[in-house]
Design a protein around this ligand. Sequence first.
Ligand code: 3HC
Ligand code: NAI
Length: 708
Amino acid sequence: MSDLVQFAKDNEIAVITINNPPVNALSPGVPEGISEAIERISNDPEIMAAVLIGGGRTFVAGADIKEFGKMASGKAPRGAGMLPFLLRVEDSRKPIVVAIHGTAFGGGLELAMSGHYRVAVPSAQVGQPEVKLGIIPGAAGTQRLPRLAGVAAAVEMCADGKPVSAEKALALGIIDKLVDGDLLAGAIAFAREVASKPAPKTRERNGKLGTPEQNAPIFTAARENARKKQRGLLAPVAAIDAVEAATKLPFEEGCKVEQELFIKCLMSDQSKALIHVFFGEREVAKIPDIPKDTPLIPVRRLAVVGAGTMGGGITMVFANAGIPVLLKEADQAALDRGMATIQKNYANSVKRGRFTQEFVDECLKRIEPTLSFDGFAAVDMAIEAVFEGMALKKEIFAELDRVCKPGAILASNTSTLSIDEIAATTSRPESVIGTHFFSPANVMRLLEIVRGKKTGKDVIATCMQLSKTIAKIGVLVGNCRGFVGNRMFGPYRREAQFVVEEGASIDAVDKALFDFGMAMGPLATGDLAGLDVGWRIRKEYKHLEKPGVRQPFAEDSLCELGRFGQKTGAGWYKYDDQRQASLDPVVGKLLKEWTTAAGISQRPISDQEIVDRCIYALVNEGARILEEGYALRAVDIDIIYLNGYGFPASRGGPMWYADTVGLKKVYERILDFQKHHGELWEPAPLLKKLAEQGKGFADFNADHGAAA
Ligand code: 3HC
Ligand code: NAI
């Protein structure tokens, strides 16, 4: 028997245990091991029934995702082998009781549904999350799930990929019994109860498949939902088609439809990108020079300095995670304002059903507003989120150095300032780090963790771990201006302005990038974030601009007119009381005047040029960042852009997207932009090198630099 599957007997009940850590994926060897075990129980007259269970922390979390890359490139057969394997399980004459703890996801749930009964612990979850990887269930999940759970639930689970709790799965009919206490003992007892009964085959249970009249509105609503909420994605639509096939065709025919759709999705660029994202989100946690066993600093109490937009959000994030927060402000009015915003945000979360009132009450109890540094000696970490200004930050850090205990982490939420310069004002630069949250901090998933030259490894390891505790995705970056995300965002938004100044209409620019997949166009994003932020930064850094190099002027000119974006009711667009945007003819007229005065001739600009100018500006800056070592890997940049800037996951992030296009093509396009638009488009040396070598960013691993 395969090492990955163990066989044992409890008198007349066989126990088949899958042991393929960490998540019991159905890697090669696992199906073979289970098949052998089933053969054994069918040949053993003593055995009446079997329990199939996962060893370790979970049942089967799915097919082995690493195999998909091999399948797509033809290095491994394309998955159809799973279907006969599951038929063998289902055709066992002796009942098989599947015992679920942890997660039965994807192929794991498909395996469970091929068993004859399913029992689960209350904390278990089941789901068909394949769409999140750009594929659909490929082992009859779309055919067996509607037979157990009904069509509406199956469509929802397969098309949006969200798991359901054991309790819900019980109500839906996916599982037969909840087991409190020891799962194996409960499953064996259940197997004894059903041992002498016939083994029901899921594929023959057609009672929940509904009529065409009942199903038609379900599929129409699901397709509409997918069109709106999963814009441009192939897999959700394919999943709906496959479940529909289950309602119209015999099981075997339905499986054929599912296979075809599965392969089509597997071969798509979307699936390759989403699988890259799945592994990328886990890869960013791995820091080459920081071993996994680096001792962590326990963070049991926190202080936040500044109760403004960011400080308030950060406070909520930690309070939600059960960590008490001391929230310090400069004066009573600001403190009251900050607390009122926190209370309002929590009230909205209760209204929207995100949190219960009890949970919110507990969170609010954990927040202690204060005007002094008393109590800071007891905190394990302090996060500064005061106005963006070096002098003020230095003042705060000198104070933190004085009041915080030795070993406490001193973090800044600065979005542009040097962590090293801030650290230098303290007697303990090794304790200083950047924790760059994104706005709104209680919503956005990204956390850039900024490593200073002297930041201690224990401090970095703690912040990386802490990002998980607070349900963020932490990415380690080096200390350069704007760090990774904002440094790249500058050239992106610069090009968005340039194309407008050259003749593209405002809504055409936003639409082209929205259609590319961005959550929002760059100009609308500027209005949302506040155009004045960039305006102020540009004024501060004016002296660094190279004379004679073209700079965009449209946003600065809008700001000079007091058009800061949504907050002033006008920016690129004008906004009504409900913050609904519409084009403002005044801006069109002004742009004409400004560009005429600047001598910029207008021309028609294609959507393709808009997208290439903006996205390749990201890529070119990303290449510099990578080469300079401010990001550890190309995938780190991708994860930053997906989680902080609304880049479409189905394109894998800017660096992955460039690799997909081909770096040679990207490089040549950038050379062309350089010819027409000058030195701002000088290709990054790394891009040039990789393009000439026929390589991609994924081939480059920085082994030096500030983030390493
Ligand atoms: N295949 C291969 N590796 C997997 C895997 C899978 N299905 N699921 C998880 N892993 C790996 C992770 O990459 C990670 O590896 P690392 O330690 O080297 O970084 C390790 O297992 C642990 O994973 P997590 O860090 O994610 O552990 P968590 O405890 O936080 O989460 C989980 C566990 C909820 C199971 C989460 O890993 C998960 O959601 N996994 C993917 C589930 C999934 O998408 N299943 C469907 C697969 S497609 C399929 O089944 C097709 C079928 O229809 C034919
Ligand atoms: P904000 O203006 O909303 O809040 C700053 C708060 O700091 C104010 O409430 C102010 O009263 C308080 N403050 C000033 N001096 C203080 C002192 N001595 N002690 C205690 N509190 C003091 O600013 P915001 O937007 O929250 O920004 C804070 C920091 O976060 C800045 O460094 C900014 O660059 C950064 N940041 C901002 C983002 C955003 O989108 N707003 C995103 C990411 C980072």
